[in-house]
Design a protein around this ligand. Structure first.
Ligand SMILES: [Zn+2]
Length: 348
């Protein structure tokens, strides 16, 4: 970025004299992506919008040299006894010595929690922690919380720098997050179907190949109005994409077929990640009009990956159900069913 002089700075000599002290960029937007709660071992998703002296606005993904990032970890804030994902607002210091997120939870706890589950008075390090200072944990744009951050809020300070690399006191911004939560337990119950009855042994396995199919739920559709019962952070793509990838790799299959893969997710996430794991892929977008999503037009489709050690691609065929319905399937005479099932659907 060239530190050009903006027109409004004009020819005023007094302004020019202090030019060296002016930051080269200003922070115009800084926010956590969609009310995200920081989660252990998952990069905290933040959006940083900067503006240079010519008034050009851009997102900094970590390449801008004229801004300094600083992550701090705050004092422990215990979660609610009833709601492990909510920060507590009230601490009962008289009876249960537990923390609660609301008056309702406090009253419920005060009146119903048996003595065996009460906290101890000696366990009052929370109050001491409250006085503790914020401690620096990183000086990079991105930060991946660790176990030490659990139950602590994080703070990101974004400070623009002057031409001489001096920190500018103004034009910066600060984001403070909710408390960091532990990595949620995975609910794993995958059923593998095989064409083998009885014992599976190495010799038989050598002659077989494993296929997995998954509708990954495109970020496009993962919104709070459709999934109001889901925590916002758990719906975010930055969080889900890591879990999905972990799952894909852990299955160690030979062919992966995926639905609802966004074009950008295929290019930026699935393809490079799976290439590293030994897979080649093909992608086909649905024929629907792209949808405006997070600042750009995107569409989803099907992706198929195959282990290059076992398979190679000889052809790519796309089945367009719209076209199919007009011939074979319409012959069933059930037009309504055809429309519901196959509208702009494809197979790869
Ligand atoms: Zn609560």
């Amino acid at each position: 970025m060239a530190p050009g002089r903006s027109p409004e700075r004009g020819s005023s000599s007094s302004r020019s004299a202090s030019d060296e002290e002016q930051p080269l960029v200003t922070v115009v937007r800084a926010e956590l992506v969609r009310g995200h709660r920081p989660v252990v071992v998952s990069e905290v998703p933040v959006y940083i919008g900067l503006k240079d002296r010519d008034g050009r606005q851009f997102e900094d993904k970590g390449n801008c040299q004229h801004v300094q990032y600083r992550w701090l970890r705050g004092p422990v804030v215990k979660p609610c006894f009833y709601h492990p994902h909510k920060q507590s607002m009230i601490k009962d210091v008289a009876k249960t010595h537990l923390c609660y997120c609301s008056k309702e939870c406090f009253l419920k706890g005060y009146n119903t929690i048996p003595k065996t589950q009460w906290g101890t008075k000696d366990d009052d390090d929370v109050d001491k922690e409250m006085l503790a200072e914020w401690v620096e944990v990183a000086t990079t744009r991105s930060y991946c919380p660790s176990k030490e951050d659990i139950d602590r809020p994080l703070r990101l300070q974004i400070t623009p720098l002057t031409k001489g690399g001096i920190k500018s006191e103004k034009d910066g911004m600060t984001i403070t997050t909710g408390t960091v939560i532990p990595t949620p337990q995975e609910a794993r119950c995958r059923r593998t179907l095989t064409n083998q009855r009885g014992q599976i042994h190495a010799d038989w396995l050598n002659k077989q190949f494993k296929v997995m199919n998954w509708n990954v739920l495109a970020d496009l559709y993962a919104n709070e109005s459709v999934y109001p019962y889901c925590e916002k952070w758990a719906l975010s793509w930055t969080w889900r994409k890591h879990l999905i990838m972990k799952e894909l790799k852990s299955m160690a299959v030979d062919i992966i077929t995926l639905q609802e893969v966004q074009k950008d997710a295929y290019d930026e996430w699935f393809r490079p990640q799976l290439l590293d794991a030994g897979y080649e892929g093909v992608f086909q977008q649905k024929k629907r009009d792209p949808i405006f999503h997070r600042g750009k037009y995107t569409a989803e489709g099907c992706a198929t990956f195959y282990k290059t050690t076992r398979f190679r691609r000889v052809d790519k065929q796309v089945i367009d159900y719209d076209r199919e319905t007009s011939t074979e399937i319409r012959n069933t005479g059930d037009d309504q069913r055809c429309q519901n099932l196959f509208w702009k659907e494809i197979s790869l």
